[in-house]
Design a binder for this molecule. Structure first.
Ligand SMILES: [Zn+2]
Length: 339
């Protein structure tokens, strides 16, 4: 996809009007480049939307970026985190240490953080290896994927629910629960300014990763949730989007519809792929036959693991719609068209 993305080195903190500032915070070693942290002014200190990746360079960018627009990180009142991923939640803990701010996140992502904090490292590796094996991954791929450790963010103090107003004196900032990218992803609607902080839910040029973990779950449907969340955001009407990556853009609703159509197309391609396969396929076999931004053979193991999660999420949605079914075997699990 053609991108208007400019590198982090060209990003600057900016007054974007209406008492809102954007502060780009780098994500070291990641092609995404940076997270846009937003600071909303209030009579009792700024409230941040997201905090950025937990890294010393990122911390300096956040602290100095806020200072450059006249805000002291020690006066931050609270941090609303759109979802638990480390490029959003990573620095929330350090902001809280410096300022005594509260951290708020949707209850479903708070529950995930609790689970992650409870896992022993060996336990995590074993669960992940089991998931990859049941999806049909090879030994080398299993070793490479399980070797990567996850950053676990700080535990929030406040749990958000759909429709909650954020504690932001003098403004109306409402929680819009948009599960899909994560189970507890939220957008935040600044109702007094017709603006929507979209997190990763609606980005101007790229689409967020939608995966299902473990791959073979049949009790949830993250892509189905994501498509419903896109409609939910589109129903809010034409709002200015303040996303966590890339750049600010007009008309969240229009972009949400384009992203929805993109996934419907992918679902149709996947159904056709299974119909032509002539027999049941493992999640790994399906992922290897789908179209990615580079050939499957060139994808490093870690990215194959994410691609398999994405393939699994699309398979699960087709299954939930009754278009395909899984076979009786569970190790590895296989999918086929219903006939
Ligand atoms: Zn994310």
């Amino acid at each position: 996809m053609k991108s208007l993305r400019r590198p982090y080195s060209e990003q600057r903190p900016a007054d974007i009007g209406g008492g809102v500032w954007s502060v780009p915070v780098p994500i070291p070693g990641n092609p995404l480049g940076y997270t846009l942290v937003y600071a909303i002014e209030s009579s009792s200190g700024p409230v941040l939307v997201d905090a950025g990746w937990n890294h010393p360079d990122a911390w300096l960018a956040l602290r100095d970026g806020l200072a450059s627009v006249g805000m002291d990180v020690r006066e931050v009142r609270g941090v609303v985190v759109t979802h638990f991923h480390p490029d959003h939640a990573g620095l929330a803990g350090q902001v809280r240490e410096e300022s005594g701010a509260w951290i708020a996140m949707h209850e479903a992502d708070v529950a995930l953080i609790r689970t992650m904090r409870g896992f022993e490292e060996n336990d995590r590796r074993e669960r992940q290896a089991g998931m990859l094996r049941r999806a049909g991954a090879g030994t080398i791929e299993i070793e490479a994927v399980t070797a990567t450790r996850q950053q676990v963010p700080a535990l929030p103090d406040r749990e958000l629910h759909d429709g909650d107003l954020i504690d932001l004196p003098g403004r109306r900032l409402r929680t819009v629960w948009t599960p899909g990218h994560t189970p507890g992803h939220v957008c935040l609607h600044l109702e007094d300014a017709d603006r929507l902080f979209t997190g990763d839910h609606v980005l101007p040029a790229i689409t967020p990763h939608i995966g299902i973990y473990p791959y073979d779950r049949d009790d949830v449907d993250p892509l189905g949730d994501f498509l419903a969340s896109l409609e939910k955001v589109a129903d809010l009407g034409m709002l200015e989007a303040l996303p966590a990556h890339e750049w600010i853009f007009q008309d969240t609703a229009a972009r949400a519809r384009v992203i929805g159509a993109h996934h419907e197309e992918k679902l149709a391609e996947l159904a056709a792929l299974l119909a032509e396969a002539g027999g049941p396929l493992t999640i790994w076999e399906v992922a290897a036959r789908m179209t990615w931004n580079r050939p499957w053979e060139d994808l490093p193991a870690m990215l194959r693991g994410m691609a398999a999660g994405e393939a699994a999420a699309h398979l699960r949605t087709l299954e939930a719609r009754g278009a395909i079914r899984r076979t009786e075997e569970v190790d590895p699990v296989r999918f086929t068209v219903d006939s």
